[in-house]
Design a binder for this molecule. Structure first.
Ligand SMILES: C[S@@+](CC[C@H](N)C(=O)[O-])C[C@H]1O[C@@H](n2cnc3c(N)ncnc32)[C@H](O)[C@@H]1O
Length: 286
């Protein structure tokens, strides 16, 4: 979860008072968040040369919570969504265990995505999933969306696909760490290829990746049984949503697979970029 400013930012400024010229104090970060004991912030261009000092100040500010400080330098990259972080201060080992929703997520915070902005979606999923479901997570990372379901929702089975071998390694570890290997199975590879055996089996399919291509959406529909829900995540500008009417397009695609879309609900997950929203469509497929 992102942490907000207030008195803590005042303290941070005090810690940096002799280290950064006064006219630059306005650029001292307003926001920081944690993945396990790794503190992450954004360092504005004007503070780049003071980044070690800022990192050290954060470690002093959060002595109990922060072992390492990282600075976000740009957007996540490529299909594996690797984050762009600069080391700021503290321990250079960025492997950590993030605790959230009663689960342990082990990961390398500098190399893998775990978005604080998706917290409410992870929590929401716990409220919509029922027990005894067959769930397929097409873009699992370290179990971000599906691990809590395995831990708390007594599923029939969770199948978690992941293409990035580092994320897959942690996904397998997290299944053990959270003692859910009886209900959750990780499969390494491209979800367009490796999930064929599960077509028609899923009560619920999660596509928690904002850049799914048509083949992946078709694969998701084929995984669905005749009374299922497909959680389709997408990044979209408000303007584009109006113009292209995403919901109509996805409905047509589902129908072209010989299936029926009986209901579709749109939920906002977070702001993704200026003017762009991360939304999720909960699509009932018969
Ligand atoms: C942005 S992360 C999403 C993690 C999680 N679903 C969430 O919402 O927090 C997307 C993950 O999908 C994986 N991925 C991308 N393309 C894939 C593919 N074709 N097959 C399986 N996994 C894929 C990436 O490696 C990455 O770990």
């Amino acid at each position: 979860m992102a942490q907000d400013i207030g008195p803590k930012r005042e303290l941070l400024i005090e810690l940096l008072i002799d280290k950064i010229p006064k006219e630059l104090h306005i650029h001292i970060p307003h926001r920081w968040w944690f993945i396990g004991d790794v503190l992450i912030t954004t360092i504005p261009e004007k503070l780049k040369q003071y980044r070690s000092a800022v990192g050290e100040a954060f470690l002093q500010l959060e002595p109990k919570r922060a072992r390492t400080a990282l600075g976000k330098t740009g957007p996540t990259r490529g299909i594996t969504r690797e984050p762009s972080f600069d080391y700021l201060a503290g321990d250079k080992n960025t492997e950590t265990i993030h605790k959230e929703l009663g689960c342990f997520f082990k990961l390398d915070a500098a190399k893998l995505t775990f978005s604080p902005g998706n917290h409410f979606e992870r929590e929401r999923m716990l409220n919509v999933v029922k027990s005894n479901e067959f769930i397929i997570d097409m873009f699992s990372c370290v179990g971000n969306l599906s691990l809590p379901l395995a831990v708390h929702k007594s599923p029939k089975q969770v199948i978690a696909a992941e293409i990035n071998s580092l994320a897959f390694k942690y996904l397998e570890e997290n299944i053990q760490l959270n003692k859910v290997s009886n209900v959750m199975k990780a499969i390494e590879g491209d979800n367009r290829v490796i999930l064929k055996d599960y077509e028609g089996k899923a009560d619920r399919v999660i596509a928690g990746y904002l850049h799914s291509d048509e083949e992946q959406i078709r694969q998701a529909v084929r995984l669905c049984n005749n009374n299922s829900i497909f959680h389709y995540h997408i990044a979209i500008t408000r303007k584009k949503e109006k113009q292209a009417d995403v919901m109509t397009d996805i409905k047509r695609l589902i129908e072209s697979e010989g299936r029926i879309c009986s209901r579709m609900i749109r939920k906002r997950v977070k702001k993704y970029a200026p003017g762009v929203e991360h939304i999720v469509l909960d699509i009932e497929i018969d």
